[in-house]
Ligand binder design. Sequence first.
Ligand code: SF4
Length: 340
Amino acid sequence: MLPTALASFLREHDVAIRDDEARRVLAHAITRGRDGFPLERPVPKRIEAAIAELVDRRPIEILERATDPADGFVKYLFRLHDGALAEAVRIPLEKKDHFSVCLSSQAGCAMGCLFCATGRMGLERHLEAWEIVAQFVAVRDEAPGRVSGAVFQGQGEPLHNLDRVTQAARILSSPCGGAISGSAITISTVGLVPGILKLASDPPPWRLIVSLTSAVDDKRRRLIPAAGAWRVEDIADAVRAYQRAVGGRVTIAWVLLGGVNHGPDEVEALERLFDGVPLRFNLIDVNDARPDGFRRATDAEREAFRDALQVLGAPVVRRYSGGVARHAACGMLASTKTMS
Ligand code: SF4
């Protein structure tokens, strides 16, 4: 809850609470990650008693933390109150002692991307906003430094659970919530057109990344079966609307699949679809753990694609996706223990 929601909830139950008291309660629980009372800056005992009685607070349990010794990425596996599992990843940032947290928005995922272990799980359920915030609080409280960002790139398609993701992002960016900047929150989508258009109609402060991975309709439908409901033309139109609403460049993520999606067909389709739309590209190596899975593009293939993308006038960055040794990297989250 945000402070206004907590205050209204308690008032509906005839519990008088001032807005500053509601802020104090939430800062205690979320900003400082404390459960239970008393608060460091106390509120009246009747408010504590009402919260203890009326507000449902369910624990999330950390089942495992697995650190990749190569890069310091830490994967967390959580058990939720109903037994569902979720994962988050603590990501070291370039700035010393600063971290970001990669959060799950769903248990499993309905999108079925062929290059993603989560996609092979299917969707178990949406996560509630508090279950998303609780992942953040658990990871942040163990971080050996400052957690200054959050990315919705764990299990799940965030725009498939947009209202709860939006609520969680609001809480993460609230000064008495996660207290991180709205612009340090990134939401990633495989291209759910209604969700992109909704964000375009009322742009939030967080950043959006559209994970396109192929601009050729048939190929994309095969690689990302559920998102095949939308043609690449419709995704491009939604991206264009979003760019007009927020300005700047829209980031397109591209999971590079060796021999599959770095040829001239892709560049031609991108030129045609995104003519005049300012973009930036993030190239991400595929991390498929299956023996029969996709292979990584070779250095030569990656460089050739990078060069070919110059025609679009868009900056192209190769994104590091860490934690491979602990199955924490992009496309590897599958609710499994990695250390046993
Ligand atoms: S890549 Fe993202 S959207 Fe696709 S299956 Fe994996 S978690 Fe879902």
